[in-house]
Design a protein. Structure first.
Length: 137
């Protein structure tokens, strides 16, 4: 199984992921867009976003076409390293989720209710399988 699965410890795959992430972060900060607010959290926090995703997408495609035409990058390397890129992204997401879990355990769950209900923003826990339901009056 190990021989068939691409390795996540590939430097070129991590470089591709890092370069793409850095480009997208720079575009989100640099490109203009209207200000949009999201829904308020149970704690009263209102996230603020810049709606410039389409401009970022178009700019990314234009930069890719220009860099390819100029011979700066070779997009076929992404195809060649696709398995390693997916493996690296899987490893990163597992590590990231473990960090979020550890933070939630350390801070009491975050969200509105704290403790066991904090991860769902104060919503009651779902019914557990196999437990009898109480009749409503």
């Amino acid at each position: 199984m190990r021989a068939a699965w691409p390795t996540a410890a590939d430097g070129e795959a991590w470089a591709i992921i890092g370069a793409f992430g850095a480009l997208q972060a720079a575009l989100q900060l640099a490109l203009p867009g209207r200000r949009v607010t999201g829904p308020a959290s149970p704690a009263g926090n209102v996230p603020v976003y810049k709606a410039n995703g389409v401009a970022s997408y178009v700019t990314t495609l234009a930069l890719l076409a220009g860099a390819t035409a100029a011979g700066v990058i070779d997009p076929s390397r992404v195809y060649d390293k696709w398995g390693e890129i997916l493996s690296a992204l899987n490893a990163f997401s597992l590590l990231f989720c473990a960090c979020l879990w550890a933070k939630a355990r350390r801070t009491g769950g975050g969200g509105g209710g704290g403790g066991a209900r904090g991860g769902r923003g104060g919503a009651p826990p779902p019914p557990r399988a196999g437990t009898p339901r109480r009749a409503r009056r």
